[in-house]
Design a protein around this ligand. Structure first.
Ligand code: ATP
Length: 306
């Protein structure tokens, strides 16, 4: 039943997945041009990126008129720096990413990149300068090579391999039956969540944008995969302006600023060391995470011993 359902409703399914989980927005804009809600203003010029500084200035937004999802949000990410956004489910984290990619226009306030309001620049040029690593990457039914190259279809083989190496996925690809020619996706080799995320990282490294948006996967990964992903993420974020929606706080210990969202408002902000010493929402989240990690560790130890 599932196999019949998927092809018939492919567009609907894909679109809902995007709306919900911010799955591969870059692909989605190519595939479903008609769903775009925002349009270029007449005479819009290309975005000129210098340092890649991002500014949210008093941004408010609602999907539906009766409910404000983001209230008066202001923060700055200096060029090359990293800001992490954390908060409970539904607090508006993914919405911030969607607005930055100009999936929707803000209701009040403005989003600036290097001083230019993103409302006034060509959407294409905005999206060319932003790489997205979503929670869940949709792979094309094509070779693994194509899936990496997708970010820059004319990229040389050597660049594809270099990107795969940086993303810690190259060695894994060499173990596939036909290496880079192996078919992946629904009809080919199925990749794990962690592998798919590394494909998305390889794509982004190949695209080489000034700005990276990273929506961390919620699902727990095994320690080795986690280590590979962390190493890959480190490379993709290095020297790029990065916004991370983080679920595992261990990822963002070194972030230049952590923003804690609650019901669409910023309730705390600062660096990890500052936030954990206060009585704060973040400190509670951190304690909770340590507790969960300990329990998971105990469980895996007792499984090993049994
Ligand atoms: P999670 O951690 O669960 O991913 P989040 O912090 O990323 O949550 P958002 O996805 O930004 O939260 O959602 C913020 C609020 O906006 C939620 O209440 C959600 O129900 C609502 N919302 C999200 N997308 C839409 C949409 N397309 N239409 C209407 N409401 C939406």
């Amino acid at each position: 039943i599932i196999q019949l359902y998927v092809p018939l409703n492919w567009f609907g399914t894909y679109y809902r997945a995007i709306q919900k989980n911010f799955v591969d927005m870059e692909n989605m804009f190519d595939l479903l041009k008609e769903t775009q809600e925002v349009v270029d203003i007449p005479g819009a010029g290309p975005l000129a990126v210098r340092q890649g500084k991002i500014e949210f200035c008093n941004v408010s937004f609602s999907y539906l008129p009766e409910r404000t999802v983001l209230k008066n949000i202001s923060f700055t990410v200096p060029g090359g720096k990293t800001v992490a956004i954390v908060g409970p489910s539904g607090s508006g984290k993914t919405t911030i990413m969607r607005l930055l990619f100009r999936f929707y226009d803000v209701d009040n306030g403005a989003i600036l990149i290097d001083g230019q309001n993103i409302k006034t620049v060509q959407q294409n040029s905005l999206r060319q300068n932003i790489g997205v690593v979503p929670q869940d990457t949709v792979l094309f039914n094509n070779s693994i090579r194509y899936n990496i190259q997708y970010a820059r279809l004319n990229a040389a083989e050597a660049d594809v391999i270099a990107a795969a190496k940086s993303a810690e996925i190259h060695d894994r690809i060499l173990t596939f039956p036909e290496k880079y020619d192996t078919q992946v996706g629904e009809r080919g080799l199925k990749l794990s969540g962690g592998e798919k995320q590394r494909v998305a990282i390889a794509r982004t490294i190949l695209k080489s944008p000034a700005i990276v948006l990273l929506d961390e996967a919620t699902s727990a990964l095994d320690t080795q995969t986690e280590r590979n992903i962390q190493a890959a993420l480190h490379k993709v974020c290095a020297d790029r302006t990065t916004v991370i929606v983080a679920h595992r706080l261990s990822t963002i210990i070194h972030a230049d600023e952590i923003i804690v969202l609650k019901e669409g408002e910023i309730v705390e902000r600062g660096r990890h060391e500052e936030l954990i010493t206060q009585e704060s929402v973040y400190a509670d989240m951190w304690q909770q995470q340590l507790k969960n990690d300990n329990e998971a560790l105990k469980e895996s130890n007792s499984e090993e011993n049994s």
